[in-house]
Design a protein around this ligand. Structure first.
Ligand SMILES: Nc1ncnc2c1ncn2[C@@H]1O[C@H](COP(=O)(O)OP(=O)(O)OP(=O)(O)O)[C@@H](O)[C@H]1O
Length: 552
């Protein structure tokens, strides 16, 4: 395919670099004897007869009570690393419970499916369920009373579980595992909020319910997986498992720099071009379409689909996603009209039923290609992918690898093509490919001491269980005293007057019944708009206020 592309649509010299990433042999080990026969047969029922070395290593570490972070490649069987020790522990101790956190609802559903398949051959009476915004009230009540493995997200933990923790007392008293998959997603503001939510959880477990769960994290490769996860959950020890024992196939990574004869010259022109690429707007008029990176990606996309290769075209924005889909369909209309409906777009904003339908049609083979935003970057299982296309640098090298890792699962060779915009960062990587392939990957950063975020969560924590400097500094850090003072002055906290500062107990006295509701843990914007097709009376998508008026 690489040679074919070089001679056909890449014949103007667009292919500026081809990196061949060699295949890696798997390192297999026998399923450890520490696992019960039930676990062994459950694994065999899903076709796993031997474990990858990192799986065995992490399962044994978890079973011995250690906190573990698994930082191996995409599709390296990370879910076995937490599902096995959890199911093993829960089937030995019949009151033990586990909490799984995923950053998106789609991943939670995906994991529920995988767990149910695994436990099919594992008759251990463990009730498993997803507790999120889509769960009905009836199901929620049932899960609170019966679930031993609850799958949820940080938002639900923050808004619906911790504030009502008494309703979850059975689960929290018996909580032996907290599993955090896709831990690299918890960075920046979202990571900072999640870090404080986890501190609230651990504090309640310890002060109210007498439990001290072990943690299992799975994360994409980064420069600091251990430090990041320790900070995320405020842990003092964490075993890092990063020696990947899974096999991987050969991958060709192509850097593709479109030849743009209309390249504008001068500082002003550069700013205009940068602006276009940043906002994902194809700046040329319709007749120039064939010259743009968007059009190049569309031609590559059409080529892959015509060769029967399953492909994801990653785009930086929702608009680019729709444009790539539109252009690719135009190309296919001319050369292979029967394939026009074998591709579609996938992005945040689509209603969840549409997303589930697209995922299952892609998985089932009805669709052959998807133009997606980073909504498809996290590990939703969409089956085997042969090719990933990347329209512009996704913002971090870690993200580019994560996206490219979506292809080549199950030991088949794969291709990634990174198509550059004219902006300086894309052009830099086109000029210095080794910065991508040999340079360090970024760190994941969170600042759990951020005073503003800390204060917001202390209000919630005080409502959940009164605060004490003496017992809570180990959860909330040295900024606790200052934050408590600030909250007292703003009328959120009150204390018993008698005692000295250290033994004072601080209770919530704010006006809001549920302060967690007014804290947005994902974005600064709370206002969202729903886009409705009035003729069909159909909801098309949800969109943040800041985008709504120019994008719709
Ligand atoms: N020991 C094994 N032997 C063979 N196949 C395995 C083994 N462990 C896992 N697999 C298979 O590998 C595939 C990927 O597994 P899984 O989805 O757990 O990987 P992952 O690392 O969580 O992926 P992602 O990075 O996308 O989240 C699954 O189809 C799974 O059945």
């Amino acid at each position: 395919m690489v040679e074919h592309l070089r001679k056909s649509i890449g014949s103007d010299g667009q292919m500026v670099h081809v990196e061949k990433i060699g295949a890696r042999k798997g390192s297999y080990v026998e399923i450890p004897n520490e696992l019960s026969d039930k676990s062994k047969s459950a694994l065999k029922s899903i076709g796993i007869n031997k474990l990858y070395s990192h799986q065995a290593e992490s399962i044994l570490a978890s079973l011995s009570g250690k906190n573990v972070v698994v930082a191996t490649m995409t599709s390296s069987g990370k879910s076995v690393c937490y599902n096995l020790p959890v199911l093993e522990a829960l089937s030995h101790n019949l009151s033990s419970c586990a909490l799984y956190l995923f950053p998106t609802k789609a991943l939670a559903q995906d994991q529920l499916r995988a767990l149910l398949t695994l436990t099919n051959g594992f008759d251990c009476g463990i009730n498993i369920g997803v507790y999120d915004g889509d769960t009905s009230q009836k199901e929620r009540t049932w899960l609170r009373e019966n679930a031993r493995l609850l799958i949820t997200n940080p938002d639900m933990l923050h808004m619906a579980i911790l504030p009502l923790h008494r309703q979850f007392s059975r689960i929290l008293s018996n909580l032996s595992f907290v599993v955090i998959d896709e831990a690299h997603a918890y960075k920046g503001a979202f990571g900072c909020h999640t870090a404080l939510i986890l501190r609230r959880l651990r504090r309640l477990c310890s002060h109210v319910y007498g439990s001290d769960p072990s943690f299992v994290f799975c994360t994409a490769t980064s420069s600091n997986p251990r430090e990041h996860c320790m900070e995320l959950a405020n842990l003092s020890t964490l075993e890092l498992i990063e020696k990947d024992g899974s096999p991987s196939s050969e991958k060709f990574f192509v850097l593709w720099n479109p030849v743009l004869p209309l390249r504008t010259v001068g500082l002003f022109a550069n700013i205009v071009e940068l602006d276009k690429s940043e906002f994902g707007i194809d700046g040329r008029n319709a007749s120039d379409k064939s010259l743009s990176p968007i059009s190049e990606v569309s031609h590559l996309f059409a080529e892959m689909v015509q060769h029967g290769l399953r492909c994801i075209a990653f785009c930086k924005s929702r608009k680019l996603c729709e444009l790539v889909l539109c252009y690719t369909r135009e190309i296919l209309e001319e050369v292979a009209p029967h394939l026009v409906n074998s591709i579609c777009a996938y992005r945040a904003g689509y209603v969840s039923e549409d997303r589930r339908r697209i995922e299952s049609e892609f998985f089932g083979g009805k669709l052959c290609g998807i133009a997606a935003t980073n909504a498809l970057e996290l590990g939703i299982d969409v089956g085997h992918i042969d090719v990933t296309l990347h329209l512009g640098f996704p913002g971090s090298i870690a993200s580019l690898w994560q996206q490219a890792g979506r292809s080549g699962r199950r030991e088949r060779s794969s291709l990634a093509v990174y198509v550059a915009f004219e902006g300086p960062l894309d052009q830099y990587f086109m000029k210095f490919p080794q910065k991508l392939f040999c340079g360090p990957i970024e760190c994941c950063h969170i600042d759990a001491q951020n005073q503003q975020v800390l204060e917001q969560h202390l209000v919630c924590a005080a409502l959940e269980h009164p605060l004490s400097l003496l017992y809570d500094e180990k959860y909330f850090g040295s900024g606790l005293s200052k934050a408590i003072n600030a909250l007292k002055n703003r009328g959120y906290l009150t204390s018993n007057p008698s005692n000295d500062t250290l033994s004072k107990i601080w209770s919530y006295m704010g006006h809001e019944k549920r302060p967690s509701r007014s804290i947005s843990i994902r974005a600064i914007e709370a206002e969202r708009y729903i886009v409705i097709d009035k003729q069909l009376n159909e909801t098309l998508e949800e969109i943040e206020e800041s985008r709504a008026f120019f994008q719709v």
